[in-house]
Write a protein that binds this ligand. Structure first.
Ligand code: G3P
Length: 250
């Protein structure tokens, strides 16, 4: 999968987050148009079991509604506006279904699905997402990630061919994930925060024949430093600017 992409890969964090409402179809469309190697998105379940794409556990910040995502049915959440908060020109944009993102991104780019059922960990999200990937037969473009090892274990059992990246929180809280959790788990990549990343960490991962994908790098200095250290993937809020920093932009 990764051999078909440049090194390091550039993944657009929640789409073209700097220029469009995050985790929406316009955001993913723009990211692909700007040349990102793929997109990162946040998957969750509605109360009636549909896989949708939204970051927070509530709809408050990124829609005109209020309340917990898990309390909305698909019909209810689709009535909300997920674009106007960012800019009036995106008014009418909906919270997308994961399957709509698959259609929008197409089959040639990577899709990093973060399994983000952090407030409802037993809701069956990982299994449902794996079923959708099987249905679309697009496992060759999927990377799973999560802060919860339990989600990645289900992905491993259900869809073993899709690579898995263990997310690690910054600082001391993410220490276990970055060391023992990563080393002794069956992961193809570590996804650490940029503030807890070093050249040595990348060398350790490479000795294990694994990858490091770092979130979130936005300035040319950050991107140059990570590239110099041998990073395998970068999440950025502004894919066009990041690609320019990587020497791949127009
Ligand atoms: O997976 C990349 C990392 O940035 C976490 O993503 O969307 O939860 O901020 P997010």
């Amino acid at each position: 999968m990764f051999e078909n992409f440049p090194h390091p890969i550039l993944l657009a964090h929640r789409g073209d987050l700097a220029h469009a409402p995050e985790n929406t179809l316009p955001s993913f469309t723009q990211a692909i148009q700007k040349g990102a190697d793929g997109v990162e998105l946040d998957a969750k379940l509605t109360s009636d079991g549909h896989v949708i794409v939204i970051h927070d556990s509530t709809v408050d910040r990124t829609t005109n509604g209020k309340g917990k995502v898990a309390s909305f049915s698909l019909d209810e959440i689709r009535k909300l506006d997920a674009g106007a908060w960012f800019d009036g020109k995106f008014a009418g944009t909906k919270v997308p279904l994961l399957e709509e993102v698959f259609e929008t991104v197409g089959r040639d780019k990577l899709i990093n699905i973060e399994l983000t059922n952090y407030s409802t960990p037993r809701d069956g999200l990982a299994k449902k997402v794996c079923e959708l990937v099987r249905k679309h037969n697009n496992q060759k473009q999927i990377i799973f990630s999560s802060f919860f090892a339990s989600n990645l274990k289900i992905a491993e059992q259900t869809l073993p061919e899709a690579p898995r990246g263990l997310l690690a929180t910054p600082g001391v809280l993410g220490l276990w994930a970055r060391s023992f959790g990563f080393m002794f788990g069956n992961y193809q990549a570590l996804h650490p925060h940029i503030s807890s990343t070093s050249r040595e960490q990348m060398q350790r991962a490479h000795r294990l024949q694994r990858r490091i994908h770092v979130w979130t790098a936005n300035t040319p200095e950050e991107i140059h430093r990570l590239k110099d250290w041998g990073v395998d993937g970068i999440f950025s809020d502004d894919p066009a600017a990041a690609l320019r920093a990587l020497g791949r932009g127009g």
